[in-house]
Design a protein around this ligand. Structure first.
Ligand code: NAD
Length: 487
């Protein structure tokens, strides 16, 4: 039986605006439900237009203080925040599990990865500058200054809130921006605690405001004239709403969206190494991860052998209590997701895909929560729904290919372009494939996660812009050019 979280152990249910906790908000309330049990945890107040106005005003007041703070002090605030994320890692992990039901074995890394992102970006704070430009005409000095935008609206999804906050807030704050974060109503708790830690770290009140909300709060934020830049992580459908809100004030937008990333397995691959990652598409976050390799393309000579191994592993995966360190897969986020995913499974069964493992909602002790069996389909038709659309659940699509050219063509033939994976021991082929894949990130013969120093982002319907590394910092800076007569 899965234990339901005790609501007394949740953070204060209140928006964090400046240094005030706002318990009653104009966006109404949301009954948050724990995915492990399907039972409510608490009522969470949601931001409406009034609280968005207040949060933007608090951020606008804090922005010049934060941008004007001596660089070493800004750096030290971010280093303190990294320390607090590590010290509070167990609590943030616990809250993340309650937020979205993803297993503790996965979530435990979130606060540490976020801490790394803050440390990495803290190192840039005293190196942000500009450049001197060789100019015409004549005796003059021409130079650029890299300046923060001002106030950045940050909209994050529910599937990894602490990690998502680290990816965006670390560079945006290091660049000198103040922030209004809108976490989703589906996963508010870890983000609220994160906001409290920002205050504890000594960031001036209003530098980071946390206003959980739904579409109404999100629309009020993204159309607000006090917002200078929008960072959105989520689905393509919502990105379209955001782009149409942003056009009102011509607000620039950075987008991290979904994917249907292919993993190409050639017949010379080290299959033992590949086996560690073969089911990553459904294991990572119960399949609810943007960069998951959810389409597996396997060269025909090894196709049946790989299928046999994948199916046996999938059937043996420990699915269960998200708080149990032995659980590898937990529930999906909510009942709507169960209905959507089960619909896709039923349509795949009907359209001729070969079901190798799973395919059902789970019963017994897990019946109350939103658990779906780890599911593997073989012989999935390339143009089918399962091959082309993001499932965001534990369902893997496998298909055979014959030649390298065919594999690349299949891999690139979706609307997405987030990640790509290649398994081969042929060095030339590895480089050829990595270059040919239309994707923001490619991993060859392994997977590193997303370390703080690498650029991360998509092409096509997977997004616009990059987070991570120096590229992520530049996303939140804009150059101003200054020309000065010297003669
Ligand atoms: P979603 O698009 O439903 O919601 C994302 C956020 O947008 C939430 O905070 C939501 O409340 C908010 N929102 C909803 N309507 C809005 C509106 N009209 N205006 C402003 N904000 C609004 O996505 P989700 O279900 O939370 O997350 C899953 C999606 O996110 C998947 O497609 C996944 O691939 C993608 N994702 C991408 C990355 C990445 O880095 N590329 C990372 C994680 C998730």
């Amino acid at each position: 039986m899965i234990t339901h979280p005790d609501s007394a152990t949740l953070p204060r249910r209140a928006l964090l605006i400046g240094d005030r906790h706002v318990e009653s908000a104009s966006g109404g309330t949301h009954t948050h439900v724990y995915a492990g049990t399907g039972q409510p945890t608490a009522e969470v107040p949601l931001a409406g237009a009034r609280e968005i106005d207040e949060a933007v005003a608090a951020a606008r007041k804090a922005a010049p203080l934060w941008a004007g703070m001596p660089r070493d002090q800004r750096r030290d605030c971010l280093i303190r925040l990294a320390g607090l994320l590590r010290e509070n890692a167990a609590e943030l992990t616990r809250l993340s599990v309650i937020d979205n039901g993803v297993v503790v074995a996965t979530q435990q890394y979130g606060p540490h990865v976020a801490a790394d992102l803050f440390l990495y970006n803290a190192g840039w704070t005293d190196k942000i500058g500009g450049e001197v430009i060789s100019t015409w005409p004549g005796d003059a000095l021409d130079y650029t200054l890299d300046e923060p935008y001002g106030v950045v609206a940050v909209i994050i999804p529910w599937n990894g809130p602490v990690y998502a906050l680290g990816m965006v807030l670390a560079p945006a704050l290091a660049a000198g921006n103040a922030i209004v974060v809108k976490p989703p109503e589906l996963a508010p708790y870890a983000a609220l605690r994160f906001g409290e830690l920002c205050l504890e770290a000594g960031l001036p009140a209003g530098t980071v405001n946390i206003v959980p909300g739904g579409p109404e709060g999100g629309a009020a934020l993204t159309s607000h004239p006090g917002i200078d830049k929008i960072s959105f992580t989520g689905s393509g459908a919502t990105a379209r709403h955001i782009l149409s809100s942003a056009q009102k004030n011509m607000t620039p937008v950075q987008l991290e969206l979904g994917g249907k990333s292919a993993s190409i397995v050639f017949d010379d691959a080290d299959l033992d190494a590949f086996a560690q990652m073969g089911l990553a598409g459904i294991v990572n976050n119960a399949g609810q991860g943007c960069i998951n390799p959810t389409r597996l393309l396997v060269q025909r000579a090894i196709y049946e052998a790989v299928l046999e191994r994948l199916a046996a592993t999938a059937r043996a995966l420990p699915v269960g209590d998200p708080t149990d360190p032995a659980s590898v897969i937990g529930p999906v986020i909510d009942d709507r997701a169960v209905q959507r995913i089960m619909g896709m499974i039923e349509r795949a069964k009907a359209d001729g895909s070969r079901l190798l493992a799973g395919g059902e909602r789970m019963g017994g002790d897990l019946a109350g929560g939103y658990f779906i069996q780890p599911t593997v389909f073989a012989d999935v038709a390339h143009k089918s729904e399962l091959s082309q659309c993001e499932v965001f659940g534990p369902v893997l699509a496998v298909m055979p290919f014959d030649t390298e050219e065919e594999a690349i063509a299949l891999a690139n033939d979706t609307e997405f372009g987030l990640a790509g994976y290649v398994w081969t021991q042929n060095l030339k082929r590895a480089h050829r494939c990595a270059r040919a894949l239309v994707a923001g990130n490619v991993w060859v013969n392994g997977f590193t996660g997303i370390p703080a120093a690498i650029p991360f982002g998509g092409v096509g319907q997977s997004g616009v812009g990059r987070l991570g590394g120096i590229h992520g910092l530049r996303e939140f800076l804009r150059p101003k050019n200054i020309w000065m007569a010297m003669g």
